[in-house]
Design a binder for this molecule. Structure first.
Ligand code: ADP
Ligand code: MG
Length: 913
C-alpha cells in the first residue's frame, strides 16, 4: 500500500463492505508489529500540526515592548546626549538583566505548560495481533482496528465495520449539533461528510453505543486534518488572576507616574537641574512600579501546576490552580474515587434465598465457590439451572476480557464485567470456551443512565444484568429449582438491600430464551421481552483507606464532602459511614426523592440538597441539578465525573474534576484531571491550590510594599527639604539587585502548615483585602521611617560626605528588602517558625543579593557608576542592626492580627451554633 492511495482522496464510504479489508490489507485481528512499523514510515504520526507555540523571540519581544523600557531607553539616550555615557551603559545593563531574567522565567513557565499539555494526549483502543491495547493515538496507522465506545474522541478517520447504538457528535466538522447515528454498510459515491454514516471522523466524539472499524486515514489526511488550519483553536493563555494584575499594575503605574511627576515638580522648585529631575523621575517610576509582577505570578502558578502534577492532578488551565484553593464543596463519585474500583464478585443469592460464597480477590479467576453452610462442597456452574444461567449471562452480557497469559492474569474493560469473568472461572466455566455460544451477541451496552446491559445471542437467548430495580422491571417470573414461578419482587429487593447494607455492590441477572425474536441491527430497551430473574451477585469494592484521612482533612479545612452515585442507596450509605461523611441518621437522598421534590427551584428540592451528604441512584441530569443548586446557594463546588453524561455537570461546576480513567469527553470539559482517580489527590490539589494562592499574595505583598516604601521615603525627604536619599542609578540598582532576585523565590515557598485548617477563602475575595492593605501600609511605613530617620540624622547632626551617606542609605535599603522578604514568607505565621530549609532558593537569593551588592562596592567600575565605595565592617554591622526592626514590627503585627482573628472566629462560631 502506497501513500498515494491515501492522498488520492479515496471515497472510503463507498467501498463494498467486503472490499475494505483487502483495500487496506487489514484483518479483524489487527495488524502485526512489523506491518505497523512499515506503515508508520509511510504515513507518519497520526497527529495534526500543533497549535502555534510561543517562540523565544516572542517572549523576548514581550519583555522589551514595555512602556517602562521605552522610558529607560529614552533616559539612556538622554544621558549619552549630555555626555554621561557610563549612566547610559548602566541603564542598558539594567534593561538587559531585567529582560533576561523575565524572559527566562516566562520561557520556563511556557515550557512547563507544554509538558503538562503532553500528559493530556488521548489514547486509542486498538486490536493488534488479536490483542486489545491502549496506545497513544499518534501511533495509529491506516488499517488499524479501532474500538469506539461512548465518551471517546475518535482518533482517526474510521470506516465502521460493526456497531450497536453508535451515535457520534460531529459538530466540529459539520457544525451540526445533533448527533449522527452511525452504522456499517456501503454508501453511494458523492456524499457530503454529514451523510457518510458508515464513517467516524477524527476529532468527533462518540456519545452513545459501541462499535469498531478500520482506520482509513490518519493525521493531515483525515477530514479534520484537511481543514486543520481553521480549527486550531487559539486559547487566551493568560489566567484571569494575571490579567487582573496587569490591570492593577496599569492603575498603580499611573498613580506612581503622577506621584513621580509631583516629586519632580517639587525638585524643580528646589532648583534641581531639569536633566537630573528627569533621570530621577524615570528611576523612581521604574523601581516603584511592580512591572515584574505578572511574570512572577505566572511563575508562581506554573510552579503550583507542576507540584499538582506530581500529586496526580493535572490542571488544564493555570487559573484552576488558584480557584481550587477556594473550593467549599467537593461532590465526589463513589466508585473508583472513594473506592479502589477493584471489583470482586463475593456472593451469589439465588431466587430461593440460598447463598453462595465466592473465594478470592482482585482481577483473576483464582478461587472456588461454596454454599454458605457447606464449606467443603465445591460448587460447579452445572450445579443447577439458576447458577448455569447466571454464569452464562455474566459471560454474554459482557464487554470485558480476562485471560491468563504466561501465568499472568490480563484484563481489559469495565471493572464489573472483568469481575464477572473472574466469577465464571471460579465456577469452573472458562468464558473463552463458552464464547462460541455468545459469538457474536448484539449488545445493548452498559451506559450509566441505563443501569443495565443486555445481550441478544445467536441461539435466541436474551441476557440482561444490571441494577436490581431496573432488572426486576423487565421480569415477570423468577426461577426456582429450574422452573419459573411468580416473581416475588419484595423478597428480592429485601435480599438486595441486605447485601447493599453490608457494603456490597449488587447486580441482578435475568434471561429468556425466545424462539422467535426479531433480528435487528440496533436493539433498543423496548426490544427486550419479559424475562425470568435468576439471582443476585454481590461485589466488594474496597474503600480507599487514604480517602478516610482526606475526608477528615476536608472537614478541618471547612470543605463539605458529598457523595453522588448511581449505586444502591444502602451501599452508598454504608461506604459513606465508613468514610465519615454520613452517620446512622443521615438520610440518603435518592433520584426518586429528587423527582418528587419537583424542580430544582422548589424549596423542597433545595432543602434535600442542603441537608444531605449522600445522593444515590442519581441520574447524570440530576447530578447537574444538584451542582446547580449548590452553586446557587453560594458554594464553590468541585465535581468529579468520568462519563459522557457527566460533562454538563463538570462544565457547570466551578471546578470540573475529570477522572484519569474517564472518557475523553469528561477530560475535555473538566478544568483538571485526576490521573489516579483518587479522592485524596483532589484534596491534595486543593491544598496545593491554597499554597499557590498564598504564594501569589506573598509575591504581591513584597513587590508592592517595597515600592511603596521607596515612594514614601522620597516624598518625606523632599517635604523635609533634604537632598535626595538615593541617586537615580542607585534606585535602579536597588530594584535590580534585591527584588529582581527575591520575588520569584517567594513563588517557591512550600506552603504553610496552617493552610488546611483555615476556612476556604471566598471566591470573590480581592487580593487587596484588609489584611493585605494593612500589612503593606505597616511594612512600607516602617521601612520608610527608619531609612528616612537615618537620612535625616545624617543630614542634620553629622558632617558626613553626601556620597558616603547615600552609600549607607543604599545598603540599608538592600538590607531592609533582604529582611522583609522573610516577613513575606507568611502573612500569619512568625517568620521564625518557617524553617529556612523549606525554601533554600530564597535563602540563596537573599545572600546573593547582599553578596552582589557588597562586591559592587569593591569593584571600581561599579563604584564609578553607582557612586558607591567600600564601607567598614563596623558600618556594615550598624546598618544591619538598623534593618532588624522591620522584622520585629511585622512580627508584632502578625501577633496582633492573630489575636484579633481568634476573637472574630470565636464570635463567628458562636453565632453559627
Ligand atoms: P457509581 O456512581 O458508583 O459509579 P454507576 O453509575 O457506575 O455507579 O452504576 C450504577 C449502577 O449500574 C450500579 O449500581 C449497578 O447496578 C449498575 N452497573 C454498573 N456497572 C454495570 C455493568 N457493567 N453492567 C450492568 N450494570 C452495571
Ligand atoms: Mg461508575
Amino acid at each position: 500500500m502506497k501513500k498515494q492511495d491515501q492522498i488520492s482522496g479515496e471515497a472510503w464510504y463507498a467501498i463494498e463492505d467486503s472490499g475494505i479489508f483487502d483495500k487496506l490489507k487489514a484483518s479483524k485481528g489487527g495488524l502485526s508489529p512489523e506491518e505497523v512499523k512499515s506503515r508508520r514510515e509511510i504515513y507518519g504520526e497520526n497527529k495534526l500540526p500543533e497549535g502555534k507555540k510561543v517562540t523565544l523571540l516572542e517572549i523576548i519581544l514581550h519583555q522589551l515592548l514595555n512602556p517602562l523600557i521605552f522610558i529607560l531607553i529614552a533616559a539612556a539616550i538622554a544621558s549619552v546626549a549630555i555626555g554621561e555615557a557610563k549612566d547610559a551603559i548602566f541603564i542598558f545593563l539594567v534593561i538587559f538583566i531585567n529582560s533576561a531574567v523575565g524572559t527566562y522565567q516566562e520561557y520556563n513557565a511556557e515550557k512547563s505548560a507544554a509538558t503538562l499539555q503532553k500528559l493530556l494526549r488521548i489514547k486509542a483502543s486498538v486490536r493488534r495481533e488479536e490483542k486489545q491495547l491502549k496506545i497513544p493515538s499518534e501511533e495509529l496507522v491506516p488499517g488499524d482496528v479501532v474500538l469506539l465506545e461512548s465518551g471517546i474522541k475518535v482518533p482517526a478517520d474510521i470506516r465502521i465495520i460493526e456497531s450497536s447504538g453508535l451515535e457520534i457528535d460531529e459538530s466540529l466538522l459539520t457544525g451540526e449539533s445533533v448527533s449522527v447515528k452511525k452504522q456499517s454498510g456501503t454508501l453511494n459515491k458523492n456524499l457530503g461528510i454529514a451523510e457518510r454514516t458508515n464513517m467516524a471522523f477524527a476529532g468527533s466524539t462518540v456519545l452513545y453505543g459501541r462499535g469498531w472499524g478500520l482506520v482509513v486515514s490518519t493525521g493531515l489526511e483525515t477530514e479534520v486534518g484537511k481543514i486543520s488550519k481553521h480549527v486550531t483553536e487559539s486559547e487566551s493563555a493568560k489566567p484571569p488572576l494575571v490579567q487582573r494584575m496587569e490591570k492593577f499594575i496599569q492603575q498603580i503605574g499611573i498613580l506612581i507616574i503622577v506621584l513621580s511627576l509631583i516629586i519632580g515638580g517639587m525638585l524643580h522648585i528646589q532648583g534641581l537641574a531639569i536633566m537630573d529631575i528627569f533621570f530621577f523621575v524615570v528611576a523612581l517610576a521604574v523601581s516603584a512600579i511592580p512591572e515584574g509582577l505578572p511574570v512572577a505570578l505566572t511563575v508562581a502558578l506554573s510552579i503550583a501546576a507542576k507540584r499538582m502534577a506530581k500529586r496526580n492532578v493535572i490542571v488544564r488551565k493555570l487559573n484552576s490552580v488558584e480557584s481550587l484553593g477556594s473550593c467549599t464543596v467537593i461532590a465526589s463519585d463513589k466508585t473508583g474515587t472513594l473506592t479502589v474500583n477493584e471489583q470482586t464478585a463475593k456472593r451469589v443469592i439465588l431466587p430461593d434465598g440460598s447463598i453462595l460464597n465466592i473465594q478470592g480477590e482482585g482481577y483473576n479467576g483464582d478461587g472456588k465457590v461454596f454454599r454458605k453452610n457447606e464449606p467443603d462442597k465445591e460448587i460447579h456452574f452445572s450445579e443447577n439451572r439458576e447458577i448455569q444461567k447466571i454464569c452464562r449471562i455474566a459471560v454474554c452480557a459482557n464487554e470485558a476480557s480476562l485471560t491468563k497469559e504466561n501465568n499472568q492474569w490480563v484484563h481489559y474493560g469495565d471493572s464489573m464485567d472483568v469481575a464477572l469473568l473472574g466469577m465464571s472461572y471460579k465456577f469452573g466455566l472458562d468464558p473463552e470456551n463458552s464464547s462460541s455460544e455468545k459469538d457474536p451477541p448484539d449488545l445493548i451496552p452498559y451506559e450509566s443512565e441505563r443501569k443495565f446491559s443486555a445481550a441478544f445471542c445467536k441461539n435466541n437467548n436474551i441476557d440482561l444484568k444490571g441494577a436490581v430495580e431496573t432488572v426486576l422491571d423487565f421480569c415477570d417470573t423468577m426461577s426456582i429449582d429450574g422452573s419459573p414461578v411468580e416473581l416475588n419482587r419484595n423478597f428480592i429487593l429485601e435480599q438486595a438491600d441486605k447485601l447493599a447494607k453490608q457494603g456490597y455492590r449488587v447486580l441482578a441477572f435475568a434471561n429468556r430464551k425466545c424462539p422467535n425474536y426479531e433480528k435487528k441491527k440496533n436493539y433498543e430497551p423496548e426490544d427486550i421481552p419479559k424475562l425470568t430473574f435468576y439471582g443476585l451477585v454481590g461485589f466488594i469494592d474496597p474503600l480507599r483507606r487514604e480517602a478516610i484521612l482526606s475526608v477528615e482533612q476536608c472537614k478541618k479545612a471547612g470543605i463539605k464532602v458529598i457523595m453522588i452515585t448511581g449505586d444502591h442507596p444502602s451501599t452508598a450509605k454504608t461506604l459513606a459511614r465508613e468514610l465519615g461523611i454520613a452517620n446512622e441518621d443521615t438520610i440518603v437522598v435518592n433520584g426518586k426523592m429528587l423527582l418528587e421534590a419537583n424542580s430544582p427551584n422548589a424549596k423542597a428540592y433545595k432543602d434535600l440538597v442542603a441537608d444531605s451528604t449522600v445522593f444515590a441512584r442519581v441520574s447524570p441530569s440530576q447530578k447537574l441539578e444538584i451542582v446547580g443548586v449548590l452553586i446557587d446557594e453560594g458554594e464553590f463546588v468541585a465535581v468529579t465525573g468520568d462519563g459522557v453524561n457527566d460533562a454538563p455537570a463538570l462544565k457547570r461546576a466551578n471546578i470540573g474534576v475529570a477522572m484519569g480513567s474517564g472518557t475523553d469527553v469528561a477530560k475535555e470539559v473538566g478544568s483538571m484531571i485526576v490521573v489516579d482517580d483518587n479522592f485524596s489527590s483532589i484534596v491534595a490539589g486543593v491544598e496545593e491550590g491554597r499554597f499557590a494562592y498564598d504564594n501569589v499574595r506573598k509575591v504581591i505583598y513584597l513587590l508592592i510594599s517595597t515600592g511603596a516604601a521607596e515612594v514614601i521615603l522620597f516624598i518625606c525627604s523632599i517635604l523635609a527639604g533634604l537632598p535626595l536619599p538615593l541617586l537615580a542609578v542607585q534606585l535602579l540598582w536597588l530594584n535590580l539587585v534585591t527584588n529582581g532576585i527575591q520575588d520569584v523565590a517567594l513563588a517557591f515557598e512550600k506552603g504553610e502548615p496552617g493552610a488546611m485548617i483555615r476556612k476556604p477563602r471566598s471566591p470573590s475575595e480581592k487580593i487587596f483585602n484588609p489584611l493585605m492593605v494593612k500589612q503593606t501600609l505597616v511594612s512600607s511605613a516602617t521601612i520608610a521611617t527608619i531609612v528616612f530617620g537615618l537620612w535625616y540624622w545624617i543630614n542634620t547632626y553629622t558632617e558626613m560626605e553626601e556620597t558616603h551617606a547615600r552609600n549607607l542609605i543604599l545598603l540599608l535599603m538592600v538590607f531592609m528588602q533582604n529582611f522583609h522578604v522573610f516577613n513575606c514568607r507568611s502573612e500569619r505565621v512568625s517568620a521564625f517558625k518557617i524553617p529556612l530549609k523549606k525554601n533554600m532558593i530564597l535563602v540563596f537569593g537573599v545572600l546573593m543579593a547582599q553578596g552582589i551588592h557588597i562586591l559592587s562596592m569593591q569593584i571600581p567600575f561599579m563604584q564609578n557608576i553607582l557612586r558607591i565605595e567600600p564601607i567598614s565592617l563596623k558600618e556594615w554591622f550598624y546598618i544591619l542592626l538598623l534593618a532588624i526592626p522591620i522584622i520585629l514590627v511585622m512580627e508584632l503585627f502578625k501577633l496582633f492580627n492573630a489575636k484579633n482573628g481568634k476573637r472574630t472566629k470565636a464570635v463567628e462560631i458562636n453565632s453559627r451554633n
